[in-house]
Design a protein around this ligand. Structure first.
Ligand code: CP
Length: 338
């Protein structure tokens, strides 16, 4: 994986995604050690810059950085000098001047991580990263931790890792690499329109060989699906019965500025994975959700807690996958180390 930043999962391509998944296996093993830490990023400084709420992604990135022995600085927009009128650009350059080697960026607006990357590339490079090859500009990397309804690349990577490794673990099924999702039918159900997770997962799942079906009411699909490598259905019962993976999405009300549904009750009845509907799942099917979960709306509580659900496995795998991404972007290329 050679890109300096991770802004879209599409930046990686098939080989790049495969490289992340393979390296994540190593970091899963590191996570099982009594002291789950390696010196791979000793001396590096990673700044966690979240301008929108997060539980999983922020803590997972911070845990990943610490397990790689990096220094972690946590920036919280709501208690920063942004409130005194400082611009986002000046905030980023201030953090860069403190020696940041990488910025993990979440923002409610699509495109902010790319904008931060642009500012850093044209910056003076006063911080610890320094300009690559003696060129002007900071050498710091930017990792997109979710930007508006655009993309959430590390969520897609941990989801690919979870599907691939859970199928191997449960079925002894070891597909030809690197197309590790080859032949699988994956349904993504719910609020596709406002979902960065759906956008990144459609790219990643299809790159790895899966057939993706979007299931949603027409109002919760994007205005255009031109160029999306997907099928579309409004019949969740038919799709659930034939899918290897059913991936539920939360209704993202924080990004809804008009009425998209008659009622939550009707949504659950027509598109929720209720206990009754879950009985249609095949014997080896997996149920996934990126979190946060709204139990009783997009998924019944008993389904979320049942053996078909790998929601907590997704969270656990997120640390190893983010270690892999940080290592590939910031590491020296040397062996991971004992
Ligand atoms: N899946 C996800 O991005 O969760 P958080 O919003 O809690 O980070």
């Amino acid at each position: 994986m050679t890109p300096r930043h991770l802004l879209s999962v599409g930046d990686l391509g098939l080989d790049g995604i495969d490289e992340v998944l393979r390296l994540a296996d190593t970091f899963v093993e590191v996570g099982r050690r009594p002291i789950p830490r390696v010196p791979a990023l000793r001396g590096k400084t990673i700044v966690s810059t979240f301008f929108e709420d997060s539980t999983r992604t922020r803590l997972s990135f911070e845990a990943a950085a610490k397990r790689l022995s990096a220094d972690v600085m946590t920036f919280t927009g709501s208690s920063s000098s942004l409130n005194k009128g400082e611009s986002l650009r000046d905030t980023v350059l201030t953090l860069e001047a403190m020696g940041a080697d990488a910025f993990v960026v979440r923002h409610s607006c699509a495109g902010v991580p790319a904008q931060v990357a642009g500012w850093l590339e044209s910056a003076g490079g006063a911080g610890g990263a320094g300009g690559a090859g003696g060129q002007p500009g900071s050498g710091a990397s930017v990792l997109n931790a979710g930007d508006g309804a655009h993309e959430h690349p590390t969520q897609a990577l941990l989801d690919c890792f979870t599907i691939s490794r859970e199928r191997e673990r449960r079925l002894g099924y070891s597909p030809a690499r690197p197309a590790v999702l080859s032949g699988l039918s994956i349904a993504i159900v719910g609020d596709i329109r406002h979902s960065r997770v759906a956008r990144s997962n459609v790219i990643a799942f299809s790159t790895l060989g899966a057939t993706v079906t979007l299931v949603a009411p027409p109002t919760l699909l994007p205005p255009s699906l031109e160029g999306w490598p997907v099928e579309v259905s409004h019949d969740i019962d038919a799709v659930v019965a034939k899918s290897d993976v059913v991936y539920l999405l939360r209704l993202q009300s924080e990004r809804m500025h008009e009425q998209f549904l008659p009622s939550l009750r009707e949504y659950t009845a027509t598109f929720g994975l209720t206990a009754e509907r879950a009985r249609l799942l095949g014997p080896s099917a997996l149920v996934m959700h990126p979190g946060p979960v709204r139990r009783g709306i997009e998924i019944a509580a008993e389904v979320a807690d049942s053996p078909v659900s790998v929601i907590t496995t997704q969270v656990a795998n997120g640390v190893a996958v983010r270690m892999a991404v940080l290592y590939l972007l910031l590491g020296s290329g040397a062996p991971v180390g004992a």
